[in-house]
Design a protein around this ligand. Structure first.
Ligand code: NAD
Ligand code: MG
Length: 405
């Protein structure tokens, strides 16, 4: 029986994970649930899964949760831990075998780090951890013996297609020519650039193939999500930017591919449903029923492929630039993106203001010589806070002018 902790349990990935776990009550036990502040959703999960410990990050919601927990018989009430640091600490607890890192954004860094440091099997959805602190995360995982398994669908697909090298996935250029990340292209794939400034948050969050949280939905719409995934892949599979291809594939049936030197290309296909990569990483190296319906080839209307358009989607180009620049440049674009996306969702920034904010932040941090790679998680979080503050100011002034506001 594996004991599982889900960090970000009330989100899209958290709920998909619980759906898979519910099918296998004899193999997994939900030991820990952590959420930010959605008490009703969290309480519903507590009733269904009876975790031993619950982490609530937003302390202002404590009383609301306590009053709901009082409805349960005393013996069924979980231990309640309140606060960010306290909830993050649960990820390293001895009561867990598996940690699902499903918090959105930089808020997920510390718990991911704690789980890797403690040598857990970590199912990584929080790509921001690898973008902002990739080398640190990979190093700590190697030292502790943690199993870092990607559940981002592209990286999970590549993980499945890559051969096994000495203890880890092999991207040796003698064997692997390149990895090919597929991208749906998002809701504005075929929109003309002139319509982009008027795009609303509702339009940006209506993804054609995947149902996801609002931040990653906007990232998909700007194609920053693919940019973050290029960096995530570079860190996970130790491969440089020149050997990472991006192909737009609107059907999202091929989740990604590996191109070998002999001309073979291996792909992983399936329904676009996150329960497949989640079940894969839960059971690896075994296989587990995920509840995902089988792919029906006869219902497909063909598979299509296009080149990404770096002119309409500059965020993707900026991510490649940041990966090539190295140092803290990926951290900078990740932090700037998060602030810009929040401003866009709040109606404080236009859609085209998002890549503009990222580019301005990267230029400013480079000019200020703030792009040396931070050497600890604390230093990562400090630089992240600095970039956020700078980008927030930029978004405020962009609003006054027409440039990005
Ligand atoms: P979401 O917005 O649906 O859920 C986010 C979760 O994080 C919620 O449970 C929320 O309570 C929790 N959270 C937010 N701030 C927190 C904090 N400070 N401390 C603790 N918990 C906090 O997001 P999502 O779509 O599930 O995405 C989660 C992560 O997975 C993101 O990094 C995203 O890029 C990645 N991812 C998501 C998908 C997908 O299909 N949704 C696919 C691939 C990767
Ligand atoms: Mg993905």
């Amino acid at each position: 029986m594996k004991r599982v902790g889900i960090f970000g349990s009330t989100g899209s990935i958290g709920c998909s994970t619980l759906d898979v776990l519910e099918r296998h009550p004899t193999r997994f036990r939900v030991e820990v649930l952590v959420a930010h502040g959605r008490v009703e959703a969290l309480f519903d999960q507590i009733r269904r899964f009876r975790p031993a410990v619950v982490g609530l990050v937003d302390s202002s919601r404590r009383e609301a949760l306590l009053s709901r927990l009082a409805e349960l018989p005393a013996a069924e009430r979980p231990e309640l831990v309140v606060g960010q640091r306290e909830a993050d600490a649960l990820a390293g607890g001895e009561n867990l075998d598996v940690v699902v890192a499903a918090i959105v954004g930089t808020a997920g860094l510390q718990s991911t780090w704690n789980a890797l440091h403690a040598g857990k099997r970590v199912l990584l959805a929080n790509k921001e951890s690898l973008v902002a602190a990739g080398d640190l995360m990979m190093d700590v995982a190697r030292r502790s013996g943690a199993e870092l398994l990607p559940i981002d669908s592209e990286h999970n697909a590549i993980f499945q297609c890559l051969p096994m090298g000495s203890g880890e996935r092999c991207t040796d250029p003698a064997e692997v020519e390149s990895i090919v990340l597929t991208a749906s292209g998002g809701p504005f794939r075929d929109w003309p650039a002139k319509r982009f400034p008027a795009i609303t948050p509702e339009q940006a969050c209506a993804h054609p193939n995947w149902s996801m949280g609002r931040k990653i939905s906007v990232d998909s719409a700007t194609m920053m999500n693919k940019g973050l995934e290029v960096i995530e892949a570079a860190r996970l599979f130790r491969i440089d930017a020149d050997r990472i291809e991006v192909v737009v594939h609107p059907e999202s049936v091929i989740h990604s591919m590996v191109r070998f030197v002999d001309g073979s290309v291996l792909a992983e296909l399936g329904e676009p449903d996150m329960r497949t990569p989640i079940a894969h990483a839960l059971a690896w190296p075994d296989r587990l029923d995920s509840g995902v319906r089988p792919l029906d080839f006869h219902a497909l209307n063909g598979l299509h492929f296009e080149r990404p358009d770096f002119a309409r989607f500059p965020a993707l180009r900026l991510a490649f630039d940041a990966l090539r620049a190295g140092g803290a440049a990926p951290l900078v674009i990740n932090a700037a993106n998060e602030v810009a996306v929040a401003a866009f969702l709040d109606g404080r920034l236009t859609f085209t203001g998002i890549p503009a904010a990222i580019e301005a932040s990267l230029e400013a941090m480079t000019a200020a010589d703030r792009v040396a790679v931070p050497e600890s998680i604390d230093a990562v979080l400090a630089l992240d806070a600095e970039v956020r503050a700078w980008t927030l100011d930029w978004c405020r002034s962009a609003r006054m002018t027409t440039a990005g506001g």
